[in-house]
Design a binder for this molecule. Structure first.
Ligand code: SAH
Length: 381
């Protein structure tokens, strides 16, 4: 904004949303404008994101069967329901048999891939266990199941070992790309350092993983500028996959104290949808997950995200008895739905959203292969 000079008021020419969505590159102020779009502008954003998705990654939706295999965590993140200091949670570890049965279900039902997610531990017992599970999953599925891991910050050696044992995608959300905001939602100590998380994302990429990250949307203290910076962060770190969803307060966490400062759940939901749509415009060929947290606010939340840019969904395959102890936030959905029911329900929902399920396919990130290509071309030349 120029302001007044020589008695004149210079008005910044305001770009139309319809024009911004047609651009191929976006300045921070464009992103803020898109995130604030309302009414027909908002619809123009959603239509453009949907068209971009069809053009860049097609209409298929890929399943990743989610197995939340343990809620034991060494971290104390101020937003998370399974943080170490929450004594209300009954800690569990699913047995190898239970985890492998869930993976077998995924394979038999042609889900294509599974995600193994847990609290964050780095003991050698934990590292060895995940390693063993990876090998068993490959074995039971004839190497057909793709495996994504989401087990937090680890050493380069551990990441490398798990990669060699069969994991080929890894999700590690940066949570917020603003170091200042990150510091407000985590304890202030070396075990919760922003720099370490960034370093882990670099290590994952170096190991050869399809690397995924993401943020929470609607956090206390978070502004539109933070969110626009988050989008630019995803672009500059050149990630292959993104999972991001609304922040939802949990009463047994320190951040609950700030619940009165939050946007309404509906507003956070709407902002999360816009983040997905804008990200699709910014990074057309990455994989974007329709986050489960969307469904905690709106029963059709994930399908709405699929309609406007997401192309991955994570049906919950965690054994039902454990689900209520993996409550990262309140109202987490599907607490008592078994895997069969979950699949049927998802199929119907995806059809409603006009998508087609990529059964039996890994549904890897197209972006990953494109970014790998120049160096292999170079090697061949
Ligand atoms: N230990 C793993 C998995 C963490 S749980 C790791 O560190 O990567 C997966 C994600 O749930 C987190 O990355 C966080 O973004 C999200 N989450 C946690 N608490 C939440 C809350 N209150 N509202 C919304 N999402 C939350």
């Amino acid at each position: 904004m120029r302001g007044r000079a020589f008695g004149f008021v210079y008005l910044r020419s305001v770009k139309k949303i319809q024009d911004i969505v047609r651009q191929n590159s976006f300045a921070k102020e464009d992103l803020v404008a898109l995130l604030q779009a309302e009414g027909s502008d908002r619809q123009a954003l959603f239509d453009a994101a949907h068209a971009k998705k069809l053009e860049a990654v097609g209409n298929k939706v890929f399943f990743r069967g989610l197995v939340e295999f343990s809620n034991i965590c060494s971290k104390d993140c101020l937003y998370c329901g399974i943080r170490k200091s929450n004594e209300q949670v009954v800690r569990y570890e699913a047995s190898d048999e239970e985890i492998l049965a869930a993976c077998r279900f995924a394979w038999e039902n042609r889900f294509g891939s599974v995600v193994l997610q847990s609290g964050e531990l780095s003991s050698s017992i934990f590292v060895n266990r995940v390693d063993r599970l990876l090998k068993s999953i490959k074995q039971l599925s004839n190497s057909e199941l793709g495996i994504t891991l989401s087990c937090g910050e680890q050493s380069q050696e551990t990441y490398q070992r798990w990669f060699e044992s069969g994991a080929h995608r890894y999700l590690l959300r940066i949570e917020s790309s603003s170091p200042g905001l990150y510091a407000k939602i985590h304890p202030n100590n070396l075990h919760h350092a922003f720099e370490k998380r960034l370093e882990c994302l670099r290590m994952l990429r170096d190991c050869g993983y399809q690397t995924g990250t993401g943020v929470m949307i609607g956090l206390p203290f978070q502004t539109m500028e933070h969110l626009a910076d988050d989008l630019l962060f995803l672009k500059t770190t050149d990630v292959d996959m993104v999972g991001m969803g609304p922040y939802i307060e949990h009463e047994d966490t320190p951040l609950y104290e700030f619940r009165n400062q939050l946007k309404s759940k509906q507003e956070r939901f709407d902002l999360a949808l816009k983040m997905v749509a804008v990200l699709r415009l910014l990074m057309p060929d990455i994989n974007i997950a329709a986050a489960t947290a969307l469904q905690a606010i709106d029963p059709a939340g994930r399908e709405k995200a699929l309609k406007i840019g997401a192309n991955v969904i994570m049906p919950n395959l965690t054994p039902c008895d454990f689900r209520k102890e993996y409550q990262l936030y309140e109202d987490k959905p599907c607490l008592d739905e078994d895997a069969d029911l979950c699949r049927n329900c998802l199929e119907a929902r995806i059809e409603l959203a006009g998508g087609e399920i990529g059964y039996g396919e890994w549904g890897d990130s197209i972006h990953f292969f494109k970014r790998k290509k120049p160096s292999s071309d170079h090697e061949n030349s």
